[in-house]
Design a protein around this ligand. Structure first.
Ligand code: SAM
Length: 322
């Protein structure tokens, strides 16, 4: 069997020395894979690494990709020939305009090195691992191969969600922005049921379905925009939303428009969105530390139970006030 050949691309997103600062793109709702940086720690650092760069990298369908240097460097591998397609050439040109793009022939065996980079994580009672590591008997096993989706378990926001749901009473759970499905699968392992994962990106839902099969678990997985009022969200006791501030604010609007409390369901015929009663428990993530007050203010009917942050990324756990 002939071994495939690959080229390694390294995109350095930092500004070239002395050059005028580039205008920063507005952070978008689709920030998958992007990292935030504190200006105080490094005045040269971008507040956000370009989400459009991450999108272009993923559109190339790389054999592997990773963020380095807190997201200022994107490294990805393309199988030989992939770069020749017209769409790939356009994406590479766009990436080249965002920073310095270095291209290097990859040594045989890089796949093994890349796999070594993706290591298992112990998060409370959970063991989140790539498929090439063995399970552990003493922890709840969650196998995740993120592929082109977000959610290997390595990102701080994912880890905070996984930690905080372990203190929530089990019940039905809705995972908004499910990415690779890591939260949905962990929730099922922890005893939440039924579990529904929703993602606006069909590629993510495809990856989540593959991971569900790998784990022998069966969450309901749906493609949809959680902020679109015409997309009907299932009701759930617990909602985990690792999707950044702006979509979270839109969710708050959505739930504030719905009738409150169980009694509202009795008037289902009068309230078109009665099925969307606000969840009892919320885990809100993908937030930056400085966005805490804005996020909390959007949910006046809730009390804060816990929060976790790593200095940059913040996750809030809220309960509906009784
Ligand atoms: C940061 S990832 C979270 C993935 C996974 N839940 C985790 O915790 O690792 C955010 C995901 O939200 C999805 N997303 C962003 N906006 C969304 C929306 N309005 N509705 C549904 N999914 C959305 C993105 O496609 C992406 O897969």
């Amino acid at each position: 069997m002939t071994r495939r050949s690959y080229t390694r691309y390294t995109l350095r997103l930092e500004r070239p020395g002395g050059a005028a600062p580039r205008p920063q793109p507005e952070p978008t709702d689709d920030w998958s894979g992007a990292a935030a940086h504190k200006r105080a720690a490094d005045p040269q650092a971008l507040e956000y690494v370009s989400p459009s760069a991450v999108r272009d990298v993923l559109a190339l369908q790389p054999a592997g990709w990773q963020e380095e240097d807190e997201g200022r460097r994107l490294v990805f591998w393309l199988e030989d020939g992939a770069e020749a397609a017209a769409a790939a050439a356009t994406a590479l040109r766009r990436l080249g305009a965002l920073g310095r793009l270095e291209v290097e022939r990859e040594r045989p065996g890089w796949e093994d090195a890349w796999r070594r980079f993706h290591t298992p994580r112990v998060i409370g009672r959970l063991y989140v691992r790539p498929p090439w590591y063995p399970a552990r008997d003493d922890l709840l096993d969650v196998v995740v191969e993120a592929g082109r989706a977000f959610g290997t378990g390595a990102h701080a926001s994912t880890q905070q969600c996984l930690k905080l749901i372990q203190s929530v009473k089990v019940g039905s759970l809705l995972d908004l922005g499910c990415g690779s499905g890591v939260v949905s699968l962990a929730a099922l392992r922890l005893g939440f049921a039924p579990v529904t994962g929703v993602d606006v990106d069909p590629v993510a839902v495809h990856a989540a379905a593959g991971n569900a099969a790998r784990n022998g678990l069966a969450p309901t997985l749906v493609v949809g925009d959680a902020t679109d009022p015409t997309f009907r969200l299932p009701t759930a006791d617990v909602v985990v939303a690792n999707i950044a501030l702006r979509p979270i604010l839109r969710l708050a609007e959505r739930w504030s428009a719905a009738p409150q409390g169980d009694g509202a369901r009795a008037h289902g015929g009068l309230h078109r969105r009665a099925a969307e009663r606000p969840p009892a428990e919320l885990v809100l993530s993908g937030l930056l530390v400085e966005q805490a007050e804005e996020a909390l203010a959007a949910f006046p009917g809730y009390v804060e139970r816990a929060r976790m942050d790593d200095g940059t990324w913040l996750t809030l756990r809220l309960s509906r006030a009784s």
